[in-house]
Design a protein around this ligand. Structure first.
Ligand code: PRX
Length: 655
């Protein structure tokens, strides 16, 4: 069923049952004051100083929030700091040098541990190398790397010298990498020869080389990490640099962390939007790092002695904030895993938790549903008693999966935080505070202290409790995106709405309900963005790839319910003279995988004689979603070609 927001409200959504956090957790929690939300609200925006206080500032800021040029808000202005100093040096100086910063798990029996001292050494050496290669302040360095420790090292080396990084997920194809390098005018690339998946070596370098051929500007330097040794034959052309040679050449060198303005760019992160063009989300140093650190402290409850494992890939925002910046800013140990959860067996994740005595585990609902499907015998094989807190992010979690996670992973004793946030928000926005709030399985919870969200109707008025509407953020927050890179206009247009009082509210693009206790249940995207297995895909991006295939006339892509998961449906009409064949279907899937990445391959390609269009020629996507979901089609009177609907329905059922 769908309501006015186009959101499916019949999914298994938030329950009303409230579960109190265990007293043993509350006693030790970083934040356990029940009045914390009121205290923040009364003192807004200065309440956010509590987050900034978790950082070391080279020069103190003079203004918490500068809202003189809405919606280009600025935070902690006048302040200067360095993100690498905050994530590395200060822990070395503060007595933590021998604590593990990164525990990395690779292939079977392959592990590496970086103490804070080790991390300090390598970040310095690589920072010296980057500088020597010509990387200056504000030069965007693209990092196209798998889950190996050299990726956070490279991020922190960039941060150290004031060069913003742009990490491109290693699953992206050459085209996607080239586009991202071009949009950012990035003249430096750090990549890797490849990585291991399920015991097999995968080539990354050939994709990087193909991308480099396509980039229209001069790429000055390419650095390559040797991960595979001789496995795929590692031939580095003379104009490319070997990462370990560079470290050797700069062995023992130190580079002073460059003090940067709070509002200088820390990184760019490309994400899918509602057009075919990826959005370059710009995050700045002070506000982003403050929010990443504060939420790691208040929500993930991290302490320096904790081992944290966020299973997200660093190529996505979750990995930036909760594998790298948040945990390291707090001086904790962060875990990185290169492989997949079911190789060599379906207990791999629990084995890693057990061996590393992981305290806090943070993953996506899709992964939890896979664990649930595989069965409780896998977690039961291991001692998971080190776990103190569990988290989820990326999609709504259905109460059944929540309860399974609670019981079979958390032993009924770990609170679960269901954290809602986005690439654009930089850090968590809605979540229970595990030392304060009761949990309601399926509902993310109230907004975090200092965060002001609402659920509104099309006119911008708050909806009643239990009614679906649009999720908005009513006040700025420190970790917010500052703009879309070199596209202020799109930033204002897509992210913000005017309010009646002449101000701005942030439009999250999600549908949601809120209950009488202020708990928000997020229902899913309401725009042309789909979240598949925690990965964000723009339907337009996939459509643009499909129409490049010879024989395709037109394509429309929608996300459809697949149980609690989302499936990508591509409706395709062919050019005359081209038959809708299995071979064409295969070519479409292959081309999407080649243009964007294998994770974007549509689950279903449905051939249609024509796509349903309104009289003004717009494809009626709502209808295509309803067909994919097997829902009532509602009013189709606005269609110019209603006769195609029956044919499309038949194609979906029969193919
Ligand atoms: O639809 C929401 C969903 O993920 C979207 C953001 O995707 P991305 O920018 O890729 O960042 C993912 C990780 C932060 C949101 O607009 N989403 C994220 N967290 C939740 C969620 N949906 C429901 N519940 C959540 N906890």
């Amino acid at each position: 069923m769908s309501d006015g927001t186009g959101v499916d409200t019949e999914r298994e959504t938030g329950g009303t049952e409230a579960i109190d956090p265990p007293a043993s957790f509350v006693e030790q929690a970083n934040v356990s004051d029940p009045a914390v939300r009121e205290a923040f609200a009364e003192n807004w925006p200065d309440c956010w100083e509590r987050a900034a206080d978790l950082l070391d500032w080279e020069t103190p800021y003079d203004t918490v929030l500068d809202d003189s040029n809405e919606p280009f808000y600025e935070w902690f202005t006048g302040g200067r700091l360095n993100a690498a100093y905050n994530c590395v040096d200060r822990h070395v100086e503060g007595g933590g040098k021998n604590r593990a910063a990164i525990r990395w798990v690779g292939k079977r029996d392959e592990t590496r541990t970086y103490t804070y001292q080790d991390l300090h050494r390598e970040v310095n050496e690589f920072a010296a190398a980057l500088r020597d290669l010509g990387v200056g302040e504000d030069d965007v360095v693209t990092l196209y790397m798998p889950m190996i420790p050299e990726l956070p090292v490279a991020m922190l080396a960039c941060a150290r010298i004031g060069a913003p990084h742009s990490v491109v997920f290693a699953g992206f194809a050459a085209d996607a990498l080239a586009t991202r390098m071009e949009r950012a005018d990035s003249e430096y690339l750090v990549t890797c020869d490849g990585y291991y998946r399920r015991g097999t070596a995968f080539n990354l370098k050939s994709k990087a080389d193909n991308a480099l051929l396509d980039v229209n500007h001069d790429v000055r330097e390419t650095v390559v990490v040797d991960r595979l040794g001789d496995e795929l034959g590692h031939h580095l052309p003379s104009h490319q640099r070997d990462y370990s040679d560079l470290l050797d050449a700069h062995a023992g060198e130190r580079v002073d962390p460059v003090p940067r303005d709070a509002e200088d760019m820390l990184f760019l992160m490309y994400t899918s939007g509602t057009t075919g063009e990826p959005k370059g989300v710009k995050h700045t140093i002070g506000g982003y790092l403050a929010q990443a650190a504060w939420t790691s402290h208040a929500v993930l409850d991290l302490e320096p002695e904790d081992t944290h494992w966020c299973s997200a890939d660093i190529g996505w925002i979750t990995g930036h904030s909760y594998v790298v910046y948040g945990p390291l800013a707090l001086g904790a140990t962060t875990t990185m895993y290169e492989g997949t959860p079911d190789y060599p067996d379906r207990d791999r994740v629990w084995e890693i938790v057990d061996t590393n005595a992981v305290d806090v585990f943070y993953t996506a609902p899709t992964a939890i549903r896979a664990f649930m499907k595989w069965g409780k015998e896998y977690p039961e094989r291991h001692d998971l008693s080190s776990l103190r807190l569990l988290g989820t992010v990326g999609e709504p979690i259905n109460p059944r999966a929540w309860k399974w996670y609670h019981e079979h992973v958390g032993g009924g004793e770990c609170p679960i935080v269901d954290t809602w946030w986005q690439t654009e928000t930089g850090g968590m926005m809605i979540s229970t505070l595990p030392g304060v709030d009761p949990m309601k399985p399926g509902s993310a919870g109230p907004p975090l202290p200092g965060v002001d969200v609402d659920v509104v109707d099309a006119a911008g008025d708050s909806v009643d409790a239990g009614e679906a509407g649009y999720l908005t953020v009513e006040k700025p927050w420190p970790g917010m995106l500052r703009t879309l890179y070199r596209n202020d206009e799109r930033f204002v247009e897509e992210c913000w709405q005017r309010t009646d009082d002449g101000g701005y509210r942030y439009a999250a693009g999600d549908g949601a309900t809120v209950d009488g206790d202020g708990y928000v249940t997020v229902l899913g995207r309401i725009d042309d963005v789909v979240n598949v297995s925690g990965r964000r895909l723009g339907t337009m991006e996939i459509e643009s790839a499909i129409v490049e295939v010879d024989g395709v006339a037109e394509a429309a892509v929608v996300g459809a319910d697949d149980g609690p998961d989302t499936a990508v449906f591509a409706y395709v009409s062919t050019e005359s003279g081209h038959d809708a064949t299995a071979a064409l279907r295969e070519r479409i899937g292959d081309h999407v995988a080649a243009a964007i990445g294998p994770f974007a391959r549509p689950d279903r390609v449905v051939f249609a004689p024509d796509l349903p269009k309104t009289r003004s020629g717009k494809i009626m996507r709502r209808l295509l979603t309803a067909i994919a979901d097997g829902d009532d089609l509602g009013d189709t009177s606005a269609l110019r070609n209603p006769e195609v609907v029956g044919e499309i329905e038949a194609a979906v059922r029969n193919e």
